[in-house]
Design a protein around this ligand. Structure first.
Ligand code: ASP
Length: 358
């Protein structure tokens, strides 16, 4: 662990965890071509040092590099490591808040993962965990990383009355719950929360805040973090014109444990998939259905009766539903080992049926 500057371990501080991403990216020709770059090149300590003079006085920072990757390569073992580090930090009385620098490609998955595994803990310990990233590499003219990081640090460290402890995210001057992040534009500076219910980080919007509180009231218990080698194997299958039954049948002799079907429109999928999906369910594969549109709710038996055993994903997009299903399968396995007869559907419903911020 590296400190900036180095402080005694029990000094109150904000912990900055580095995962990599464009915020830590470098472009060889930043002026001519800022979008051609490598993510995950600069250490988190340098990112923090770069904005040191703008950090409000009195905030002590400690940084820790957990990974320095392009987040399109995010792995499940890295999520395990991140979740355990976040839990440990929340439980550490010296840590007053956390910031996580992360690539935006898969920040959607990490946001849902942290909410489902650490959201209650952050709320009850009154600590804010703020995910942030950037759309431009660190050496691009007008790079957005420094201002995003500064906003995240301010939000992680301001008086708790304004906003409860929880798992949030900041980009382009706006904040949202991390579980509401979803990159829906390839290049726009606000891509990860363009379509997310959010608030200005300067002045928290009361209706957004009451939505946060409704979600927190409904989220009663964090799910277990799977051990590095225990993550269930779940694939996303996208329905499309000309879909073939082989796309599903192909998996039936594998060890796959779940499918998230990203259906068209309201989450319906090509008729060619009904038979092999039914076969998968009868073989014990967990099947969840969502919409490939990227927004809106997927409801049971809409637009037509579900293939028996297939569960609608509610408000979850496909990447979130995949993480949610993995956590639900793992939670059910742990519960069964402890003698509690719970199913993956019991745990999945807790995530998929959370209220939405409108
Ligand atoms: N490909 C980059 C990443 O996810 C994109 C970004 O960070 O904005 O790491």
């Amino acid at each position: 662990m590296s400190s900036i500057p180095s402080i005694p371990e029990n000094t109150p501080h904000i912990l900055v965890l580095g995962m990599g991403g464009t915020i830590a990216g470098l472009a060889p020709n930043p002026k001519e071509n800022p979008l051609q770059y490598q993510a995950g090149q600069v250490g988190v300590e340098s990112l923090v040092n770069h904005i040191q003079s703008a950090i409000p006085g009195g905030i002590k920072l400690v940084s820790r590099q957990l990974a320095n990757i392009n987040s399109r390569n995010l792995s499940e073992p890295l999520l395990t490591g991140l979740g355990l580090a976040v839990r440990e930090a929340i439980n550490n009385p010296a840590v007053k808040g956390l910031v996580i620098t992360h690539g935006t490609d898969t920040i959607e998955e990490t946001g849902l993962f942290l909410q489902a595994t650490c959201g209650k803990l952050a709320q009850t310990q009154a600590k804010r965990v703020i995910l942030t990233g950037a759309m431009l590499p660190s050496n691009a003219p007008g790079a957005d990383g420094p201002s995003n990081l500064l906003d995240a640090l301010r939000w992680a460290s301001t008086a708790i009355e304004n906003c409860p402890g929880g798992i949030y995210a900041v980009m382009d001057g706006r904040g949202c719950m991390a579980m509401d992040l979803a990159k829906r534009h390839a290049t726009a500076l606000n891509a990860p929360l363009q379509n997310s219910p959010s608030s200005s980080v300067g002045l928290i919007n009361p209706s957004w805040l009451s939505g946060v509180k409704a979600i927190q009231a409904a989220w009663n218990e964090d799910l277990p973090i799977p051990q590095e080698d225990e993550w269930p194997w779940v694939e996303i299958l996208t329905s499309h014109a000309g879909a073939r039954p082989e796309t599903v049948a192909h998996w039936l002799n594998s060890n796959v444990q779940g499918f998230v079907v990203a259906g068209s429109g309201q989450g319906g999928f090509h008729d060619a998939w009904a038979e092999p999906l039914g076969r998968a369910i009868s073989q014990g594969v967990a099947v969840v259905r969502t919409t490939r549109t990227g927004a809106g709710t997927t409801l049971p038996n809409i637009p037509e009766a579900d293939v028996p055993g297939c569960r609608a994903a509610g408000t979850l997009t496909a990447p979130r539903a995949r993480i949610g299903l993995q956590l639900a399968l793992n939670a059910a396995k742990q519960a069964n080992l402890a003698g509690k007869p719970m199913t993956w559907q019991d745990f999945f419903a807790r995530i998929a049926d959370l209220p939405e911020i409108r």
